[in-house]
Ligand binder design. Structure first.
Ligand code: BGC
Length: 721
């Protein structure tokens, strides 16, 4: 509650002085500082002097600039000059559930809360820039970083990012939205050349970045590793100048991903400000170090270009009070409030996928024994995934939570279920994926435990050997023979509940029909076990919704159906164009395992009286859809109502429908609320490649009020004049 209050107070201040605004006194101060700097001092600010810092200019009171990963917690301190951890004893922090879980909550208040907590902890750890959020589109189910990203839908991504970034930046810390742009696969990420239509760029891949800059006033943007239309993102004029600076009027720092710079002149001219992570031992050899000084001296890069970059960095430093340390927020770390925020975030992420005969919630007081099965019952995840790994102050596993909460009142029968073999050991001599091996001994043990228990809960899914930066998965199936494990356990005990811990889509057809309940628990951060066990017991209710489509098989998924992943000859063209995620499934009439936006509740909701405020709109209007929602069941619950819009007939191919608004509504049993969802007619536009502008074509549109991309409660035709 306290957090909510602080957030609200800070927000009102924030709106009065948006970060995107610059003012005359700041600009004057920047110019005065630059005038007093030598070229060497300026250039010192434009590249790392270690893994995560840039050089100070002591005589001007400009300190080293401290950058840190990452999106869902403040990363532990690294050594200055290598990728080993420094081994400090005071750098543990709060670990939130990663991006997909944040998105699954569909709760903008929680995104704000996360921003505040991360900002407070970053400040406490004396960090100036927090490298997140990571908002690349979930294009392929296989992408190793899906768990860190948010969604397949640009609107959901934008709403969450705006709230997260604004809140974070109220704490005198800069956010750095990443990875700009089209870092949608990890395979070949350092070199792959991505091409896509301008329309796909504008409608799908850019909106999150644009919203972060224009609506949230993000102070940092990180250029991706990959190439975009032939040139590396960090030296791509179209990205760095045309879009970021000219169109979005970005006034902050455009920095490289770590070791993503490939040139001096080209990158400098294309608008990159800061080079980080280059793998050259001598920092003076980096592209934006001595070679940049040389380029200025030889007249290949004007000194004014260097000044522009220094100004961008100083501007962010001033906004976040780096240059005015006395007035700067001091922050706090590992407080009870922070842990409570991580817990709420984990609880609200949980998605109930199946609940036959209301087997859930479990009546824990009536149970004498429970079998807890699976490596994910005991595995911690916060410390995995590479750059987003967090040294969590603690991490509660599901088994630990079960034991703490119910160990005295019931018999808990644990079985490992499947063995963890690293993804890195890919194939054995018979060509089989090691990770696909079935371990019958472990299955027999699990079956024995399931047989003697009232209920069996299998904690299955992936871990950060799979969901990880720097490689993609090889397939979408459950690894380690888990499908067989679950089938055998379900035969032994029909009351088998499967809890999936993962951040990317998985093939579920082989288990879904065999068990009465499936829950998607994500990587739940430090409070993972408590959150998921409290949802299973009914202490908390499930209210998450899938932020991506769960295909039946990989081949259903657009990029894979079209053979447009991972590309050929280090080039990938996004053949599916704008039909990403549910846009593809809907438009092509393909039935997924579970649709985008899907998730059940322990209670039931009735949505009625859905009405639009008018039948005919003009381009400058705002459409208001009003409805009544009632909790018709016996327990508390929350429903995420989604408003989609589609154009009936258009001059170009349009997705059947696209998400335009949503709200998460909390209701007590019997309670009823009237809710408005709003969408500007302008936001019904498509990007018209002919006129290179957004276009609303007059005609009929349909507004779908829904509880998932497939569960449509009402369709309202409207006309746009
Ligand atoms: C990742 C970034 C991260 C950076 C610094 C890179 O490998 O792509 O997301 O912020 O490392 O750790």
């Amino acid at each position: 509650m306290r957090l909510r209050f602080i957030a609200a107070a800070l927000f009102s201040v924030f709106f009065q002085s948006s970060f995107s605004q610059t003012n005359a006194s700041t600009e004057k101060r920047i110019q005065q500082l630059i005038k007093k700097m030598t070229l060497k001092e300026k250039v010192g600010m434009l590249h790392g002097n270690s893994k995560f810092y840039t050089e100070e200019v002591k005589h001007l009171g400009i300190p080293e600039w401290a950058l840190s990963d990452g999106p869902h917690g403040v990363r532990a301190e690294m050594n200055r000059h290598n990728w080993q951890y420094a081994g400090l004893t005071d750098d543990a922090s709060t670990c939130f559930p990663p991006g997909t879980a944040m998105a699954a909550s569909w709760n903008l208040e929680l995104a704000k809360q996360r921003g505040i907590v991360l900002g407070e902890e970053a400040r406490y750890r004396k960090k100036d820039v927090l490298l997140g959020p990571g908002i690349n589109i979930i294009r392929s189910p296989l992408c190793g970083r899906n768990f860190e990203y948010l969604s397949e839908d640009p609107f959901l991504i934008s709403q969450l990012s705006i709230n997260y970034i604004k809140a974070l930046q109220t704490q005198d810390v800069a956010a750095c939205v990443k990875h700009f742009v089209a870092n949608n696969q990890e395979q070949n990420r350092f070199v792959v050349d991505v091409t896509m239509s301008e329309r796909a760029l504008r409608e799908i891949y850019l909106p999150g970045f644009k919203a972060s800059v224009v609506d949230a006033g993000v102070l940092g943007v990180m250029g991706a590793y990959n190439k975009f239309r032939g040139s590396y993102c960090t030296e791509n004029e179209y990205l760095g100048r045309t879009l970021l600076r000219d169109e979005f009027e970005f006034k902050g720092v455009y920095m490289s991903d770590w070791d993503a710079v490939h040139s001096t002149e080209k990158a400098a001219l294309a608008g990159l400000d800061l080079e980080m992570g280059t793998e050259k031992e001598n920092y003076n050899d980096w592209y934006f170090a001595d070679p940049l000084i040389k380029a200025v001296k030889e007249g290949r890069v004007k000194e004014s270009i260097v000044d522009e970059k220094v100004a961008n960095i100083l501007r962010v430093m001033i906004k976040t009070k780096v240059l005015d340390p006395k007035t700067r927020i001091k922050g706090s770390i590992n407080t009870k409030e922070h842990q409570q925020a991580a817990y709420r975030s984990a609880v609200e992420a949980v998605v109930l996928l199946k609940n036959e005969k209301q087997i859930l919630p479990l009546n824990m007081s009536a149970l004498k024994s429970v079998a807890i099965i699976g490596d994910n019952a005991t595995r911690t995840h916060c410390g995995g995934g590479f750059s987003s790994e967090i040294k969590a102050l603690y991490e509660i596993t599901p088994l630990q939570a079960m034991t703490d909460k119910y160990g005295k009142s019931m018999q808990i029968n644990f079985a490992q279920g499947y063995d963890k073999q690293s993804h890195v050991v890919e194939r054995s001599s018979d060509g089989q994926l090691n990770t696909d091996k079935v371990d019958w001994k472990l299955i027999e043990e699990a079956v024995a435990q399931a047989k003697k228990s009232d209920v069996a809960i299998v904690f299955a899914g992936l871990n950060h050997d799979f969901d990880s930066e720097s490689f993609d998965r090889l397939h979408m199936r459950l690894p380690y023979g888990q499908e067989t494990l679950i089938q055998e356990v379900a035969k032994a005990n029909p009351k088998t509940i499967v809890v999936i811990i993962a951040g990317s889509p998985l093939e579920l057809a082989g288990i879904e029909s065999r068990v009465p309940a499936v829950v998607w628990g994500w990587y739940g951060g430090m409070e993972a076990g408590n959150a998921v066990v409290d949802v299973l017991s009914g202490k908390e209710f499930p209210s998450g919704k899938l932020p991506f489509t769960m295909p039946v098989t990989l081949s259903q998924s657009p990029a894979h159906a079209l053979g447009a992943y991972p590309g050929h000859d280090l080039k990938v063209n996004y053949e599916e164009d704008i039909l990403v995620g549910y846009r593809w499934f809907d438009t092509k009439g393909i039935e997924p395992q579970y649709p985008f936006g899907y998730g059940l509740s322990y209670t039931s909701f009735e949505i009625s009286n859905v009405n639009a405020d008018k039948k005919i709109y003009t381009v400058n209007d705002e459409i208001i859809v009003k409805f009544t929602i009632k909790n018709a069941g016996k327990t508390d619950g929350a429903e995420v109502v989604q408003l989609y819009a589609g154009q009936t007939k258009a001059s170009v191919l349009r997705p059947k429908k696209e998400l335009k608004a949503f709200d998460k509504i909390f209701l007590k049993p019997g309670e009823q609320k009237t809710v408005d969802l709003k969408v500007k007619v302008k936001d019904l536009a498509f990007y018209d490649e002919k006129s290179t502008d957004w276009k609303v074509e007059p005609g009929e549109f349909v507004l779908y009020t829904a509880t998932s991309a497939k569960d449509i409660v009402s369709t309202l035709p409207i006309t746009v004049q």
